[in-house]
Design a protein around this ligand. Sequence first.
Ligand SMILES: NC(=O)c1ccc[n+]([C@@H]2O[C@H](COP(=O)([O-])OP(=O)(O)OC[C@H]3O[C@@H](n4cnc5c(N)ncnc54)[C@H](OP(=O)(O)O)[C@@H]3O)[C@@H](O)[C@H]2O)c1
Length: 219
Amino acid sequence: MSVEREFAIAIVGGTGNLGTALALRLAAPGVKVIIGSRDPEKARAVVDSLRPRIAHGMIEGYANQEAVQQAEFVVIAVPYEGHATMVAALKGQLGGKTVIDAVVPLNKGRPFVPAAGSALREAQEILGGEAPVIGALHNISAVDLQDPASSLGDVLVCGDDAGAKKNVMELIRRIGARTFDAGPASHAYVIEGLTGVLIYLNRKHKSKHASVRITGIGE
Ligand SMILES: NC(=O)c1ccc[n+]([C@@H]2O[C@H](COP(=O)([O-])OP(=O)(O)OC[C@H]3O[C@@H](n4cnc5c(N)ncnc54)[C@H](OP(=O)(O)O)[C@@H]3O)[C@@H](O)[C@H]2O)c1
């Protein structure tokens, strides 16, 4: 699937910090965004609250499962506690789609490596090849993302499907971030864990903007 033509992106857990911020950034350049929630009423209420901040973009809200059915790209943006259960609940509905996993395994703000090796690996194991799973957006601050005037850190993108990874990188450039192909899915635990370091830096420096910047190479 190329991102040349019209497409929609569903955000599972789209009512949260990352989901709402990402929705604002994606809708601004005209990407169709579908906010997913465990509660469709909550999804619709969040969409109503976001609409005044989106000039021309298309945004809708549904229950997670219904949101996913209408999209070519599916972002998983739930806390790690709900990750495996949510991915399992979506299994069977993801054929032909690309999953973007932004989930960071955290315990009280501290990173840990889950039994599968990473959240991304966990999703791959659960889905068993039904859809490519690409890791991205872990190191972006939702606070910066929700403010179109804020510049964003770089986005490290990893995964085993080269075509899907390329499409995800193209998609993420639309939110105004530089993207880097950061390697295969086996690198995901490093990128996910880096967010724990950024959380530590934010706490230490009383900031909400710590992010990653790659230097020394072209994009
Ligand atoms: N916040 C950031 O800056 C940021 C940046 C990069 C990556 N991330 C990662 O992105 C994910 C989402 O972060 P967030 O800050 O947006 O989280 P959040 O606001 O705490 O939660 C996001 C949404 O997930 C749903 N949810 C909560 N608990 C759930 C559960 N047990 N099972 C299924 N759904 C559940 C809720 O939506 P409903 O109640 O509507 O279903 C909630 O609004 C996390 O894994 C985080 O590590 C966050």
